[in-house]
Ligand binder design. Sequence first.
Ligand code: NAD
Length: 257
Amino acid sequence: MRLKDKIALITGVSSGIGMETAILFAKEGAKIIGVDMNDQAGKKIIEQINIAGGTAAYFHADVSQASETKAMVGFAEETYGALHILFNNAGIMHGDDGDAMSTEESIFDLTMAVNVKGVFFGCKYGIPALQRAGGGSIINTASFVALLGAATPQLAYTASKGAVLSMTRELAVTHARENIRVNALCPGPLRTELLMKFLNSEEKRQRRLVHIPMGRFGKAKEMAKSALFLASDESSYMTGTEFLVDGGITAAYVTPS
Ligand code: NAD
């Protein structure tokens, strides 16, 4: 088992990447604290993990709220005694996010609050817990759009993921000598609720698919496997990376510097 006796907190556990990661990490021996705002779905996933013989607990938190993220880290330490893996994964892509002219200030602010402040708060309260545990691994979910402009405008989302990637690099450098690794998982376009709601017509989906060399959307399960690598000691010499899992999209479009 690759995460035996590790304690892992995963935000956005009720759906998509967070859900698949919680299931996989539990199979690999980790104790899971699953965090989300969608309590019904989240509690169901945690229950499934426990029924399957894993160890997991659910905690309700809105990651854009400092007090709630502080409480989720406190809950992890109280419940399982420590925290070793922090997966700051919860994120939103709002249906009204568009180009600079069409995106309302309120949509921009909301996107930044969840996607950027959510990661900041996770680290603000999570890093002291990792320090108390003697080190650990932080994974922040960014996106391929932190590196490329998206074909379908989503300005607030793109800006937020750029911030997540920059923050990850600085955190990695700051905490490198504390046995704390910090990496950004940069998924390509996935067939999850988040993206399918946004690309809500076949035309929009095809427009995105044209750019993916593999010719298909990725799966949440494929992101969970990547998160497992970043969480485990197999990636022990990796920190501050933009870990791209994108079906080849950046290989096709990023020009070498
Ligand atoms: P998803 O919508 O399936 O899951 C996101 C989860 O986060 C949901 O359970 C939701 O309830 C939760 N959440 C939203 N706001 C929250 C908040 N304020 N506090 C706590 N929980 C909250 O989406 P997903 O595809 O699994 O996305 C996970 C991460 O991956 C996100 O950060 C997303 O931006 C990123 N990502 C997704 C794609 C994609 O194509 N789906 C691509 C690149 C990056």
